[in-house]
Ligand binder design. Structure first.
Ligand code: PMP
Length: 419
């Protein structure tokens, strides 16, 4: 651990244990896919704010929209009041994101972060159906507040709540048991078995790719099977697109490829575009049963985030260039991983678009690789129940040269640890 001894660093040491312990540097500035620390050392970013920076740090296109807005004293904080910035975001989102995809949702601003969107989705599902339980999946991650945590399948995170959490009905995620869509037939039998003691759930909440869970990719066929099961059993389907939405897997929504239409969708992280807090809950219009004020929060209308969110959609989602580039870069990462898997034993990989995981049979090696990569100037983190997966989540706007430089650093780190 680097001991810097200056005031700023000492002050940060009083923070609770967190990333700051893994990445002992005092970061100062960041542009695109590079961060710079106070000593002028530069780091390539394969982490991108855990998926909050799909368009990179201080993206110049979004920055100029934000600066213009601040320059003319645009409203910063307005709770849920009508503002021009909010109206402009909503119409751009409807015109450029929802309409071309044939999606019909009303938009709720549930609060500033992903977990706020999940909480509102869970509450709404219970209110609409009058039922309580929510089906969640092994290794799922939906956030740290109590409701979101109750549908999160991670023992360590759940332990943070101190006491057992209730109201969720866990089920294996795609391929978890080596199986396939037969899981649904089994689950449906249990749901309809009056002696099973299982109350009919209100909803199912799913990630199409489990990010925190270890880059577990659901097959399109499995997602369609799940959507069908929800219809047959009259359960709402919630897709948590907090991490995989906003283009991470290629398309704007990660469920587009499977051709399913969820009842409720949660978005956050990169929706604000500039790393500014913002979250959306998208609700099928007929399910919008909230009374005014039934779910609100002080920071649900972050106007600077509306401005950068609109700029991001205008610049990146008026055509399919970003989708094409994301898929191509995802393939480049995956081919690089093929090569590493051939050279070293105990490695495998999986992913979709620009979320790609390198899986270590010997779990602790994954953290060692991240530590070695950090020494060489690359930020990447691990995920999965045993932190066995090095998860690459670069900005979608990363240049080919930066991507290849980062992959070269990662290979050198793997070689150092496994070679
Ligand atoms: N859902 C998913 C799928 C996530 O990946 C995360 C964050 N990692 C959350 C919800 C929670 O978002 P936040 O940390 O902004 O509350």
């Amino acid at each position: 651990h680097t001991a810097r001894g200056d005031d700023t660093f000492t002050k940060h040491e009083s923070q609770v244990r967190s990333y700051c312990r893994d990445w002992p540097a005092l970061f100062d500035t960041a542009v695109g896919s590079r961060l710079v620390d106070v000593d002028g050392r530069s780091y390539l970013d394969f982490f991108a704010g855990a998926g909050a920076l799909n368009y990179g740090h201080n993206n110049p296109l979004l920055k100029s929209a934000l600066l213009d807005y601040i320059e003319r004293d645009g409203i910063t904080h307005a709770l849920d009041m009508n503002t021009r910035a909010k109206g402009a975001f909503l119409s751009t989102f409807a015109e450029k994101i929802l309409k071309p995809r044939g999606l019909d949702y009303v938009v709720q601003f549930p609060g500033p972060t992903g977990t706020n969107a999940v909480e509102s989705a869970l509450k709404l599902a219970r209110k609409v159906t009058g039922r309580e339980a929510i089906v969640n999946f092994t290794n799922a991650f939906h956030g740290m507040t109590l409701g979101s945590l109750s549908v999160t399948g991670n023992a360590m995170k759940r332990a943070g709540a101190g006491i057992p959490l209730v109201h969720s009905t866990p089920m294996p995620f795609d391929n978890y048991m080596g199986g396939a869509t037969e899981d649904f037939a089994w689950f449906e039998r249990v749901l309809n078995d009056e002696g099973s003691g299982l109350n009919k759930p209100a909803a199912v909440i799913v990630e199409t790719v489990q990010g925190e869970g270890g880059v577990n990719v659901a097959r399109a066929e499995w997602l369609r099977g799940l959507a069908d099961l929800c219809k047959r059993q009259d359960m709402l389907l919630i897709v948590d697109d907090v991490q995989m939405g906003c283009g991470r897997t290629g398309e704007f929504f990660s469920f587009e490829e499977a051709g399913i239409v969820p009842d409720i969708v949660t978005l956050s992280k990169s929706i604000g575009g500039y790393g500014l807090p913002m979250a959306l809950t998208l609700i099928r219009p007929e399910l919008d049963v909230w009374e005014p004020g039934e779910h609100n929060g002080t920071f649900r209308g972050n106007n600077p985030a509306f401005v950068t969110a609109k700029a991001a959609i205008d610049h990146y989602w008026s055509d399919d260039k970003l989708t094409i580039a994301t898929k191509a870069k995802g393939i480049a990462i995956s081919e690089h991983f093929d090569d590493l898997c051939e050279r070293f034993d105990g490695l495998s990989h999986r992913g979709r678009g620009m979320v790609q995981g390198l899986v270590f049979a010997d779990a602790p090696k994954a953290d060692e690789v991240c530590a070695k990569a950090f020494e060489r100037g690359l930020l990447a983190e691990t995920s999965g129940p045993s932190s066995e997966v090095v998860k690459l989540l670069p900005a979608l706007t990363i240049t080919d040269a930066e991507l290849s430089e980062g992959l070269t650093i990662l290979s050198a780190a793997v070689e150092e640890v496994l070679g």
